[in-house]
Design a protein around this ligand. Structure first.
Ligand code: ADP
Ligand code: MG
Length: 698
């Protein structure tokens, strides 16, 4: 039975209306989609816990008792409802941020309830946020024992009466009569090698676990399958590409590279820069197309490496392009690179959204004729009208800001794809890199240029403003510049802008003697540039901004980064922002300002920032704290697929095994034409059809 061809509409309890909700909200259309909609948690209904048993990091549990009293805390949008729940001996706080009115109408004090939820520590005490509650009689009549599955739904689905329970009710009878079984998706030899549960058993147990052991086996198999097919797809693609596209050969190191190295380089390259250049050199001389990811912490000197790689291209008669995610950054690269090159005789041009039509035309012509050696720009340089005479190398800065699609567009800019070097200052943990950029070779700059003092980071509560102001004054009077950054999250953009405006006014009042720049995303490009330029030139001493300044900007004289409401930023973003300072010879500081009450995860984030300056360590911690599904949106946007069950933070080991297995299979049977591998080809094909993005992972 091919469940991918079976519309869920015809399942009992679904029908056209709910089928539409499933499709719209979760992309679930076929029975197979539904079977692969795995529960995100299980509540252990096999026993009740006592409150005194609660400890850190518990799963979802059930407790029995009564609500002693309700209390509304706070006002307006931050209001919450608190209920004190007692199991007869001890109490715990239940908390709701939404649906307060509904909760107060539905639940009463003095009634025997069963509460389900995941206890979390907050300010040294445990509470349960948004618990599920049943009366004892509801609980007893549900007849649910053992592990109860919970399914993700959306608000819209809930209003359409498609909550976790109703999904369970739809899947349960279907699974019970799964006589024919679900067609296996892994070859028998893999199942045997790793003693994996078969697919039918796994699907049954992931939805309705016989016991914890069977659930574990089922989840392992499904995780393996998921990771294995991602790796197989990536590796097959890579091998196919290596066979079908040869790369331009940059056979020699010539005049420009050598002269630049001898006479123009203002400082010694660091050991790491030299090593990475050798790696690039090997790639571009190999006859295969280079696809390399250069990871290096903020300020580690990636731009220079990029420039020297571009000189290799030019020495061999090719053009090079450098693409940056924002106009500010493209401008800055243009200036930096022109400065580095001086009168070496290389033609560099800048192309962004604000390049005037006339200048654009002229630039296009110079590009086509081959007169231009280096083109620097924003994604404007992907546009079809931009044609090179002989593009040999493309460098993409802050790669995570671009979609996979944009990257693949660049391939088409020459008869044969150019070499590609992508750079990122948001270091990605190994497991994530293997999934995201599984086909890229990775270089790492793990050394900062000499003479840099590590940035000192402090975590202050809001009540330290006076001290902070004195500190700002001291720094500015010593000739330094200061960033003050406010968070900006899309949903409440106006409110956030208000925070920034208030902050700006406050700073103006406290420091009437200083000049202040103000930059945020709502400004017109010209105004933003002007404000930025004022700060770059030193005309202003303080820059009040949103995260628009997050990426890449280089102002060595700025030595203080103050992050307001630091609790609202992810670790990766905090580290990026901190990287805006510490670029000159002076001691630099980063100050994280937060409110006093912090959730335990937030406190951990602040602690990591204070303790560590190492981007890799921080991104590893981020992965552990937040889970990859939730990792900074910037990385998310580069993620070409969604993991349904595997978790990159926890399943790194399995990912490596999956990758090795995929690699071994392809070594042995590159075209997957052996009969025992038919099953792999069929599955890959199906996955490719499902998501067009699978096909262009590159
Ligand atoms: P990032 O890796 O964050 O892009 P940049 O390329 O902007 O870092 O480099 C940061 C600063 O370090 C720049 O001012 C650059 O000129 C300087 N720099 C780069 N390499 C070296 C080096 N080997 N020695 C000293 N300074 C360097
Ligand atoms: Mg950079």
């Amino acid at each position: 039975m091919d469940f991918s061809m079976q519309d869920i509409k015809y399942l009992p309890g679904v029908g056209p209306k709910r089928a539409e909700l499933f499709a719209k909200e979760l992309g679930i259309r076929s029975v197979e989609d539904l079977l692969y909609h795995f529960p995100y948690k299980y509540v252990d209904r096999s026993r009740f816990y006592y409150l005194h048993e609660i400890s850190g990091n518990m799963p979802f549990i059930q407790i029995r008792g009564q609500i002693l009293r309700f209390e509304k805390i706070g006002e307006g949008p931050t209001q919450r409802l608190s209920a004190i729940f007692s199991d007869g001996n001890d109490t715990i706080e239940l908390v709701w941020f939404k649906g307060i009115k509904f909760i107060l109408e539905k639940y009463k004090t003095g009634i025997e309830y069963v509460v389900f939820g995941k206890p979390a520590a907050f300010n040294g005490k445990y509470n349960i946020v948004h618990p599920d509650i049943e009366t004892l009689s509801q609980y007893n009549s549900a007849g649910q024992t053992g592990l109860q599955p919970f399914y993700n739904t959306t608000e819209k689905m809930k209003t359409g009466f498609l909550n976790s329970k109703s999904i369970q009710k739809i899947i349960f009878p279907f699974i019970q009569q799964l006589k024919t079984g679900v067609p296996e998706t892994l070859p028998a030899y893999i199942l045997k090698k790793f003693a994996l549960m078969n697919l039918t058993e796994s699907i049954i147990n992931v939805h309705f676990p016989k016991n914890a052991y069977a659930l574990n086996k089922a989840r392992q198999r499904l995780k393996f399958e998921e990771l294995f097919y991602i790796q197989l797809s990536i590796l097959r693609q890579t091998k196919w590409r290596e066979q079908n596209f040869s790369g331009f050969v940059f056979a020699h190191i010539g005049h420009y590279f050598n002269t630049f190295f001898k006479d123009y380089l203002p400082f010694e390259l660091t050991g790491a820069q030299k090593r990475v250049l050798r790696e690039i050199r090997t790639d571009v001389g190999s006859g295969r197309q280079m696809n390399r990811l250069l990871q290096g912490d903020v300020g580690s000197g990636k731009t220079l490496v990029a420039l020297m790689a571009m000189l290799m291209a030019i020495d061999n008669g090719y053009q090079a392009a450098l693409m940056a995610p924002t106009e500010i950054l493209a401008n800055q690269h243009y200036e930096t690179i022109c400065n580095f090159l001086g009168d070496l005789g290389i033609n560099v041009a800048l192309l962004t959204g604000s390049t005037r039509p006339k200048a654009r035309e002229e630039l296009h012509a110079r590009l086509r004729s081959g007169e231009l050696n280096i083109l620097i720009g924003t994604h404007a340089l992907i546009e079809d009208v931009v044609k090179f005479s002989n593009l040999g190398l493309v460098v993409i800065d802050e790669q995570h800001r671009f979609g996979v699609k944009q990257r693949s567009e660049l391939w088409k800019k020459n008869v044969q794809p150019p070499h590609i070097l992508v750079m990122t200052a948001t270091p990605i943990p190994r497991t994530l890199a293997m999934t995201l950029y599984g086909d890229l070779r990775v270089s790492v700059i793990d050394e900062l240029p000499p003479g840099r003092k590590p940035i000192q980071t402090f975590h202050y509560y809001q009540n330290k403003r006076q001290t902070l102001n004195q500190f700002i004054a001291k720094q500015v009077n010593a000739g330094r510049q200061v960033y003050i950054v406010y968070p900006l999250i899309q949903e409440s953009e106006n409110m956030d802008l208000q925070d920034l405006e208030n902050g700006y006014e406050y700073i103006r009042e406290v420091f009437p003697q200083y000049k202040i720049s103000k930059v945020h995303g709502k400004l017109k490009a010209a105004e933003k540039d002007y404000q930025m330029q004022q700060f770059v030139s030193g005309a202003t001493q303080i820059m009040v901004a949103t995260t628009v300044i997050e990426v890449g900007v280089n102002i060595p004289n700025a030595s203080v980064m103050i992050i307001e409401n630091a609790e609202r930023f992810g670790l990766a973003q905090l580290h990026q922002l901190r990287g805006r300072v510490g670029r000159g010879a002076e001691q630099s500081y980063c100050i994280l300002l937060t409110g006093y009450k912090l959730a335990s995860d937030t406190r951990k984030r602040m602690d990591i920032m204070v303790k560590s300056n190492d981007g890799f360590e921080i991104s590893e911690a981020d992965l552990q704290l937040r889970g990859p599904g939730d990792i900074d949106g910037t990385i998310q946007s580069g993620m070409p697929f969604e993991l349904k069950i595997a978790n990159l933070a926890q399943d790194g080991k399995m990912l490596e095994i999956a990758r090795r297995t995929a690699d071994e299979i392809l070594q042995d049977d590159a075209t997957l034409s052996k009969p025992e591998n038919n099953i792999l080809v069929a599955r890959l094909k199906k996955l490719n059809n499902k998501s067009s993005i699978w096909g262009i992972i590159s």
